[in-house]
Design a protein around this ligand. Structure first.
Ligand SMILES: [Zn+2]
Ligand SMILES: [Zn+2]
Length: 175
């Protein structure tokens, strides 16, 4: 068996016969190809992504999902019946601090909060499209009648909802 030094962690490992292998583990192969300098930022995978937009790498002939590997690296096995979701709503991200084991429902919730889904169809039915258009049109930060809090009162919703609309975090499809 031949040994070689891992391109990422410098560990000496045994190479499989005939294989071209530069990393000692799938994890090294993953983290070597993302910018891991800032533990708070997204670690964006810039190589192959699968049809759903998730990072995908091949290690020893096996296809591995980057975000799942990142989760396992930090937490161990993925609990049965759970899927790995992104807190950052960025499927290319493989930062272990940005992924968690949750349900499909958690995932939908996160996406809604992040505004990739919006509108009446997805449960944000407190306001309708016409009202959102109106809010976008009339909102003025320091105006007596048309500031966020006043508009919230007018529509009987939480003012945070108005600010989410103004900042274009939700109802992004409304012009
Ligand atoms: Zn390594
Ligand atoms: Zn992220």
């Amino acid at each position: 068996m031949k040994t070689r030094k891992c391109n990422h962690c410098n560990k000496i490992f045994y190479k499989d016969k005939c294989s071209y292998q530069r990393f000692c583990s799938a994890v090294c192969s993953l983290f070597n190809r993302v910018d891991t300098l800032d533990s708070k930022k997204c670690w964006n995978w810039l190589m192959y992504v699968d049809q759903d937009g998730y990072a995908e790498l091949t290690y020893k002939g096996e296809k591995i999902k980057g975000h799942r590997l990142a989760y396992e690296f930090k937490n161990g096995d993925i609990p049965k019946g759970k899927q790995i979701n992104h807190r950052c709503n960025n499927r290319k991200c493989v930062n272990p601090n940005h992924v968690y084991a949750g349900s499909h429902k958690d995932n939908m919730h996160d996406r809604m909060i992040a505004g990739t889904l919006s509108g009446e169809k997805h449960g944000m039915a407190k306001l309708n499209e016409e009202q959102v258009k109106y809010i976008l049109k009339v909102f003025k930060p320091y105006d007596k009648i048309f500031n966020g809090i006043a508009l919230a009162k007018q529509f009987n919703v939480d003012s945070s909802l108005i600010y989410c609309i103004i900042k274009r975090k939700i109802w992004k499809n409304v012009q």
